[in-house]
Design a protein around this ligand. Structure first.
Ligand code: FA5
Length: 348
């Protein structure tokens, strides 16, 4: 009798192990477990046949049933682990992350149009032989005014509305004080340009309280107005193209004599002075836009820095960087440069 039970056990075990092998997912494995190991399962059912066994045979037969159950149980556990592993591998291969794919890209910053314009101006003038000089934005009265032949109470101080700071200091109203600082340090001949920020109480669509200039200064024996005209005309033709209308207009600066202002034909209205709605907002109906002041260095300035004005002469100029950029790119409001609106800046 015990032999019959053993044969049945062997047959059930074989069947169970084969079914475990075939079960491809967790649900099928559970069905196999219920079929063989469950309360009404085949291996449990075999215990019912124990009634025919003698009391001596029963313990050994019980052990065999338990050993078979254990092997089937272990086989199911192993199969469960390998099925779970296969599921995990399939999931991973389906969602593989390709780290070599290009990204969506992040917006990259780029050089501000005013910085680009300043560089371009310095490159053009640098090619003519000028080298770069620097000076402080917080200036004293002497360098910003007095040494430039603008003594206290001189009406020319009104030409540049000044931000005064305490103790006689101020925010420089132009880059011309760099001329003084350079000439105090260096003997002629010299050719310098000085780019930088300047400040004035001034605010409308063509004037900003903080703006940028590039100063130029050339001093040597025998320098005359023709040299000034050559340098500025070459510079403007390089910047705006060989056919741009340019005019030199007599003007006044306390630190140059004679003095001139240089205008360029308004690119917003094409020099007509009028737009569809009336007078051109940018050139105020004149057809011209002033971009720089210039002149021959006044001998009184040379006196301040100890240069021999009988021996040396020179010219100087101050270019408005924003004005040049507005003309070059057709921008009608200077405030756009400082609003930090990405839609504006992205265009350059
Ligand atoms: C001067 O500042 C003189 N220092 C220039 C100079 C240098 C003359 C050397 C002679 C010799 P002016 O105030 O005109 O000059 O300014 C020069 C240029 O700066 C102007 O032509 C204009 O292009 C620009 N500018 C003046 N004020 C403003 C402003 N508020 N906003 C933007 N640009 C301005």
């Amino acid at each position: 009798m015990a032999d019959t039970i053993q044969q049945q056990l062997d047959a059930i075990e074989q069947d169970a192990l084969a079914q475990v092998e075939q079960a491809g997912d967790a649900a099928l494995l559970e069905a196999v477990r219920v079929r063989f190991l469950g309360k009404k399962g085949e291996l449990t059912a075999i215990l019912r046949g124990f009634g025919a066994l003698s009391a001596d045979e029963r313990p050994a037969a019980g052990k065999r049933v338990n050993a078979t159950k254990q092997r089937v149980h272990d086989a199911i556990a192993r199969r469960e682990a390998s099925v779970a592993e296969a599921v995990r591998a399939a999931r991973l291969s389906g969602h593989q992350l390709d780290v070599t794919l290009p990204s969506f890209g992040s917006p990259a910053g780029h050089i501000h149009p005013l910085a680009a314009m300043t560089r371009e101006i310095c490159d053009t003038l640098g090619a003519l032989g000028f080298s770069i000089a620097d000076g402080p934005e917080i200036e004293d009265d002497y360098h910003n005014f007095e040494a430039l032949n603008i003594p206290p109470e001189h009406p020319a101080r009104d030409m540049q509305d000044t931000f005064f700071i305490e103790d006689g200091l101020l925010l420089r109203t132009h880059t011309s004080p760099v001329q003084i600082r350079v000439m105090q340090e260096v003997q002629p001949p010299l050719m310098i340009i000085a780019p930088g920020a300047v400040y004035r109480i001034d605010d409308d669509n063509t004037h900003s309280p903080m703006f940028h200039q590039v100063e130029g200064l050339m001093v040597d024996e025998g320098i005359n107005f023709a040299h000034l005209k050559y340098v500025l005309t070459t510079f403007l033709r390089e910047t705006f193209g060989p056919d741009s209308p340019v005019r030199f207009r007599p003007s006044y600066f306390p630190f140059t004599e004679p003095s001139a202002e240089v205008d360029i034909g308004c690119v917003i209205c094409g020099g007509k002075g009028r737009s569809e709605t009336g007078n051109c907002r940018v050139c105020k109906g004149t057809g011209w836009l002033e971009i720089l002041g210039a002149g021959m260095v006044d001998p009184a300035v040379f006196e301040h820095v100890g240069y021999d004005s009988e021996r040396y002469s020179g010219f100087a100029f101050g270019v408005g960087v924003e004005r040049i950029a507005m003309l070059k790119y057709g921008i009608s409001d200077i405030r756009l440069f400082f609003a930090n609106d990405q839609r504006f800046l992205e265009q350059f």
